[in-house]
Design a protein around this ligand. Structure first.
Ligand code: ZN
Ligand code: ZN
Length: 365
């Protein structure tokens, strides 16, 4: 069998359609019309991930949107072409079935049309991630989850991109389960990742308040899982602190309208959905425990790569650096990973502020 391992390094061939256009920092994901945020009933026919309330706004947005829209359209067409070729086959031994529908073992990556197809699809994902609409983030995540189904070996490190997308969609529980599975498997049983046997992402409803030992003690600390888990914890901390403050001021019976106001503005969907959270007597022990966990995660990231936290607070042009090679602990490693997770942080009010506070404590001690 041919050995394609050399191709792993050939990143540019994976991404012939991508481009290093500016990174758009987002503080709020666009749900509706990309011009006025009202209900977006008209979908852009080119990229299919941007919406408008009426034609006038679509025209008004065209100049600004055209370039990336055309790139997505072209990349999607190239991807569709690769898929059609793959479906036409023959790509495997007789009787193995369709490579897109059936579960094939690890030599997937050795099948050249499959590699081309996944590369073309990755180019679509990279472009979708340049658009800060809910539909674009959802489409990018759907692509990644399906690509991981086809190629669990994950040569393109899609598992580093997915956590930030889950978080931007407020799918915190799904994010935690995903990150926990990959960290655990990568650390303990890497062979399970390659093989198609055994279970896949079978961790469900893991406790997001549990101690983060798994992520801290892993032999090879990876930045995006650590940054995703840190943000998950910070979201809970921010909300519990807000609830605790109100309880202190209002006494044991918080008026319903104030409860509604707080849950409506909660940054963690779990807190927002938990109507009993006001009835629990005292959140202080949980708040203190979360602070300890966040501190440990912060220290672990600092140890793994000293460039991450300063860049999170002041990203400058690190988000558009697109480095080619990334050794552990290097500035390039940070520049590779930060863009995947940064908008999930910047869309969480107060999250980066928590890091700034921790930095001050580190300087003092
Ligand atoms: Zn509009
Ligand atoms: Zn478009």
């Amino acid at each position: 069998m041919a050995d394609y391992s050399e191709d792993y390094r050939d990143y540019e061939r994976w991404n012939p359609y991508g481009d290093p256009s500016p990174f758009d920092v987002s503080t709020e994901l666009v749900d509706g019309c990309s011009v006025c945020d009202k209900d977006g009933l008209i979908r852009c026919a080119g990229c299919r991930v941007v919406h408008y309330c009426r034609r006038v706004h679509q025209y008004a947005h065209r100049k600004q949107h055209k370039s990336v829209c055309l790139k997505i359209k072209k990349a999607q067409e190239a991807c569709d072409k690769e898929e059609a070729e793959l479906r036409a086959g023959p790509n495997g031994p007789p009787g193995w079935g369709n490579p897109l529908e059936d579960r094939w073992p690890r030599l997937f990556w050795g099948i050249h049309p499959m590699r081309q197809y996944l590369s073309a699809r990755f180019a679509v994902v990279e472009l979708q991630m340049k658009i800060n609409t809910r539909a674009a983030v959802q489409a990018a995540l759907d692509n990644i989850i399906d690509m991981l189904r086809l190629r669990r070996g994950d040569d393109m490190w899609l598992r580093d991109i997915a956590p930030g997308l889950f978080l931007r969609l407020d799918r915190d529980q799904a994010c935690y389960d995903f990150v926990k599975w990959w960290t655990w498997r990568f650390d303990q049983r890497p062979k399970d990742i390659e093989g198609m046997g055994g279970s896949y992402t079978d961790i469900k409803n893991a406790d997001m308040f549990e101690a983060p030992d798994l992520f801290i003690n892993t032999a090879l600390p990876l930045l995006t899982p650590l940054l995703a888990v840190t943000l998950l914890k910070i979201r809970r901390l921010i909300d519990l602190q807000a609830i605790q403050r109100v309880k202190l001021e209002a006494g044991p019976y918080v008026p319903q309208e104030i409860q509604d106001l707080i849950t409506a503005h909660a940054v963690s969907p779990v807190v927002a959905a938990n109507r009993n959270i006001f009835q629990r007597q005292d959140h202080v022990p949980k708040i203190e425990e979360l602070k300890r966990q966040i501190r440990r995660l912060y220290d672990r990231v600092l140890e793994a790569n000293k460039y991450v936290w300063p860049a999170m607070v002041r990203p400058g042009n690190h988000l558009t650096a697109t480095p080619r090679y990334a050794g552990t602990g290097t500035i390039q490693e940070m520049q590779t990973n930060l863009p995947y997770i940064y908008n999930a942080w910047s869309e969480t009010p107060g999250a980066i502020g928590v890091i700034e506070e921790l930095q001050k404590c580190t300087v003092k001690s």
